[in-house]
Design a protein around this ligand. Structure first.
Ligand SMILES: [Zn+2]
Length: 173
């Protein structure tokens, strides 16, 4: 795909500061870093959202992120790292993990205003999520290759159905 920035890097058509590469992932120094040593772990092929990725791919992404963070500690000695995952979406088809070195008072701000929810809203959310989370920790069926989805379409698809079973099937790959 000629217009894909990361495919260009994977296939050697675009320049990048590569730190590591194997069959599944690539680690580069971020082209537009928000801190010195900001690295990105990129899945080399196009994929769907996080919940559809096979176990070996997930393991590869997060295992590589762990080593990348270790390298950053080794070289820069930050006080910590923030690791931010970006799902594959239309126009951004590669799952990416940003590994961001952090130091006290570094000026980066990933804070958000806490949402003011009532106890009832929190309890309802907890009960619904708990019900939907019954499969966490169990073996997922092997995910098939899926096209990246646009977040708005996916949300519409899920919330549009009143049927719990269908909603569940939409989510489980
Ligand atoms: Zn691509």
């Amino acid at each position: 795909m000629s217009d894909c920035q990361f495919c260009g890097i994977v296939h050697g058509k675009s320049e990048a500061k590569k730190l590591y590469e194997d069959e599944q992932v690539l680690v580069i120094l971020a082209e537009k870093p928000c801190a010195l040593g900001h690295a990105q772990v990129i899945l080399k092929k196009h994929a769907g959202s996080l919940d559809g990725l096979p176990k070996d791919v997930l393991a590869s992404l997060f295992w590589t992120a762990s080593f990348t963070a270790s390298s950053i500690f080794e070289y820069l000695g930050p006080q910590g790292t923030n690791i931010i995952y970006h799902d594959a979406l239309k126009g951004h088809e590669h799952p990416v993990l940003d590994i961001i070195p952090r130091k006290f008072e570094d000026g980066l701000d990933f804070q958000w205003q806490p949402k003011e929810l009532s106890e009832q809203e929190n309890t309802t959310a907890f009960e619904k999520l708990k019900d939907a989370a019954f499969f966490i920790g169990k073996e997922k069926p092997e995910a098939k290759e899926r096209e990246p989805v646009q977040m708005d379409e996916k949300r519409k698809e899920i919330t549009g159905s009143e049927n719990y079973q269908i909603r569940r099937l939409v989510r489980i790959p």
